[in-house]
Ligand binder design. Structure first.
Ligand code: NAD
Length: 381
């Protein structure tokens, strides 16, 4: 008997909103998204770091739900989970959400809404994707990094076997709502950290965006809201274009949006997550840009522009863990996570990435030593 050929495609679409005062009753973005004849159940999971910084948040959510009681119902009190990697490292939180779906009868026409940083969104996204094989999931990202990158994409995960993002799925969200008001309470490290993902996309795809960041570097470092909002918008837009235009579920071996990430993921692990994702990505980018220079792929002036921008923004470019032999294992683990041939993005010029399939260990070590020098020196461009 000949094999039966099966083939279908499933169209995915979702909107990414940009707003302020999301839970003010006059803001109808959320209710417009979820209202239906049969008021759906809604379950909130909130990053406790966000709840601490915004003590009025839970009351506002309750009042919003009361105001729109005929449109949707909160099926339980919001669940608070710790922010940061703890949410992804400890499976108890995943378990609590799965249990809630069982206890409160949260079905595939209900909504699980996550409010928080990238780590909490990753974990809640995973819980939503595996419960009943996929419950509608709305993300409300609250950090720069999650608003411009992690929260707008299609991936979710938890860490497992001590490895980043080992368990996870590709599951597009029902919608994403970025409320800029959350950003005002971020600490310095998280305000700055997310900018690394914007530098990343600009370097591999958009020289003009990179130049815009250079122009606005001081305003960004001074935490001016407007340059940050336009950075987030452009960065989110580029991530969405990339995901929609190519290989959303990463079937191939290429992951251009993971420029700088092979070392970053390993550094997060080697520093026991004391370095945050965005900070590690900045170091990973600086490393791969320096490597690109040492390999003769970009000019010294391009290298200096990147390093100068990062230093103006206040990024640390070198940590001692870079000198551990283990760091090189990051390459193998990066390949293993995706499968197939090792594919690493390097730079050909600012705004243009190029993929390569092997890296020279001696040159990586040289690039690391160079980062140590950059960290100490003042660099004029
Ligand atoms: P984070 O989630 O680790 O949060 C950092 C800290 O900020 C936490 O303590 C949190 O409680 C706190 N916080 C969050 N919002 C706040 C606010 N508005 N005010 C005050 N404190 C607040 O940091 P992140 O940079 O958003 O996310 C990093 C995570 O995202 C990593 O786990 C990384 O692997 C993941 N990520 C996922 C993808 C993806 O495609 N799914 C892409 C990139 C990164």
């Amino acid at each position: 008997m000949k094999p039966i050929q099966q083939s279908f495609s499933v169209p995915f679409q979702y909107q990414v909103f940009f707003t302020e005062k999301l839970f003010h009753p006059s803001n109808t973005i959320l209710v417009d998204l979820i209202k239906s004849k049969q008021p759906p159940k809604v379950y909130f999971v909130i990053d406790s770091g966000v709840a601490d910084a915004h003590p009025e948040l839970i009351t506002q959510i309750r009042q919003y739900a009361q105001h729109y009681a005929h449109q949707f119902t909160l099926c339980a009190e919001p669940l608070l989970v710790p922010g940061g990697e703890q949410a992804k490292n400890d499976t108890d939180y995943l378990q609590q959400i799965v249990e809630a779906t069982h206890l409160y009868g949260i079905d595939r026409h209900s909504y699980i809404i996550a409010v928080g940083g990238g780590a909490v969104l990753d974990m809640v996204g995973f819980a939503s994707a595996v419960s009943h094989r996929g419950i509608r999931h709305i993300r409300i990202p609250t950090t720069v990094l999650s608003q411009n990158d992690s929260g707008v994409g299609v991936k979710n995960s938890i860490n497992y076997f001590g490895k980043k993002n080992y368990l996870g799925t590709f599951a597009p969200p029902f919608a994403v709502i970025n409320d800029f008001d959350f950003l005002s309470t971020l600490d310095e490290r998280d305000w700055r950290g997310g900018i690394s993902e914007a530098i990343k996309v600009a370097l591999i795809k958009d020289a003009a965006f990179f130049a815009q960041m250079e122009e606005q570097a001081e305003a960004l470092a001074d935490r001016e809201p407007e340059p940050m909002q336009s950075l987030i918008y452009r960065c989110a837009e580029m991530h969405l274009e990339h995901i929609g235009g190519g290989d959303p579920f990463e079937m191939g071996s290429s992951r251009p949006l993971d420029f700088g990430h092979w070392a970053a993921h390993k550094l997060e692990q080697l520093t026991n997550y004391s370095i945050r994702h965005g900070e590690a990505v900045a170091i990973g980018i600086a490393l791969d840009v320096t490597y690109s220079y040492l390999k003769g792929m970009i000019t010294e002036s391009a290298l200096h522009r990147v390093i100068h921008l990062m230093k103006t923004l206040g990024f640390t470019l070198y940590v001692p863990e870079l000198k551990q032999e283990e760091i090189l294992k990051g390459l193998g683990e990066f390949r293993e996570h995706l499968g197939g041939e090792l594919t690493i993005m390097l730079l050909e010029e600012i705004g243009k990435g190029v993929e390569i399939h092997e890296m020279d260990s001696a040159l990586i070590r040289e690039a690391i030593s160079q980062l140590e020098v950059f960290e100490k020196m003042d660099l004029e461009v």
